[in-house]
Design a protein around this ligand. Structure first.
Ligand code: KG4
Ligand code: ZN
Length: 350
């Protein structure tokens, strides 16, 4: 029988535990500390770390109960080694190391961003030999070439803000509660996306040589701030829905245009979209439209698997185990900026 892999995720504010066997998700439990950060308008790492510590054992127990397996049946343990917040990552890897040691099972410290793409295999089946992945969230925006599910080449990433981060900042500007992303999405559905022409970062011809597949959203965020200020200075009411719709359209336009161009440049027939920002409705709609036009198969997991969760770590762990990649050393270190060349963390703590 294929290996039963336990996955643990603690890179940010969600404690996730998932159990995967043979490409199937058997159990998946989540605890979130997002409400504890809301009044600060951003994640406080110490609060998140403490919440992971308190949630770890109960979340593990819920995932095991849902999967109807015992810890003794687990064949391998996978845990997020990075990228993410050092304190939260340290709590998760300490738990995973303790479990692997007690159970005498191999331990894999895996890459969170790659897991955001690979989780889709639990829903839509194995990847082709080569797929393209767009991973977008509050912390990341990356375009990746993915070979044999676990080997990744980074084509580009954001030079400044991640899309979710830009949404949260614009949300604050518009007076919306944290995190602003879902609120802007909701408002945008009632607005006119062509009302205001906001800039599309790194899409000018002069940027194509160096930045064809990189993103930049900080200029857009500033443009929205200027537009809002000008309206307020003139004493005019803010057309909130139109601002939200036009801003969202600019982000979705750039993300989907670059993802489709990357598929075409590398002759790849499948685009996988993952990460918390793939909940965004304009991104989903425009990706579907542009992929259909270009004859590209579009794969997006359901929203509960797009936001941070343990199933994605178990999915990548299972893919790594199936390919016989070496486990991480028992003293492997967390890395807040773990590079995409590292599907599995090999380095010991510095
Ligand atoms: O992947 P995720 O749960 O956490 C990170 O790893 O960052 O992503 C959360 C981010 C937040 O910035 C949130 O505002 C944004 O994704 N987000 C959205 C939507 N749902 C979540 N942004 C725009 N539209 C949405 N529907
Ligand atoms: Zn994430």
């Amino acid at each position: 029988m294929a290996a039963l892999v336990l996955g643990i995720e603690t890179s940010c504010d969600e404690t996730g535990v998932g159990l995967v066997r043979d490409g199937r998700l058997l159990g998946d439990a989540l605890a979130s500390s997002v409400d504890e950060h809301a009044r600060f308008g951003g994640i406080i790492p110490e609060i998140a770390s403490r919440a992971h510590l308190e949630a770890m054992v109960p979340t593990l127990d819920r995932a095991l109960a849902q999967a109807d397996v015992t810890l003794a049946e687990v064949d391998a343990v996978a845990v997020t080694a990075g990228p993410g917040l050092v304190g939260p990552l340290t709590v998760g890897t300490a738990a995973a190391k303790a479990l692997a040691l007690a159970l005498d099972r191999p331990l894999y410290g895996v890459n969170h961003i790659i897991a955001h793409a690979v989780v889709d295999t639990l829903v839509h089946g194995p990847f082709d030999d080569r797929v393209l992945a767009l991973v977008v969230s509050g912390g990341h925006a990356s375009l990746l070439l993915v070979d044999d599910t676990v080997r990744v080449t980074e084509l580009g990433s954001t030079l400044d803000d991640a899309p979710g981060e830009a949404f949260d900042k614009v949300g604050r500007l518009l007076g919306l509660p944290y995190p602003g992303g879902p609120h802007i999405d909701r408002l945008a559905r009632e607005g006119n996306r062509e009302a205001i022409r906001f800039p599309r970062g790194l899409t000018a011809p002069k940027d194509q040589a160096e930045h064809a597949f990189n993103f930049s959203f900080s200029g857009l965020k500033t443009a929205v701030a200027r537009w809002v200020e000008a309206r307020q200075d003139a004493g005019q009411p803010l057309p909130l829905a139109d601002v939200a719709a036009s801003f969202s359209a600019a982000v979705a336009d750039v993300l989907t245009a670059k993802a489709v161009a990357a598929c075409q440049a590398h002759d790849v027939g499948t685009l996988v979209v993952g990460g918390g920002f793939s909940a965004n409705s304009q991104l989903r709609d425009l990706a579907a439209e542009r992929c259909a036009q270009a004859g590209i198969e579009l794969r997006i997991p359901p929203i509960r698997l797009c936001t941070d969760n343990g199933a994605m770590i178990a999915a990548l762990g299972a893919a790594v185990v199936a390919r016989d990649l070496p486990p991480s050393p028992p003293d492997f270190g967390v890395d807040s900026t773990l590079p995409l060349t590292h599907t599995v963390q090999a380095a010991a703590t510095a």
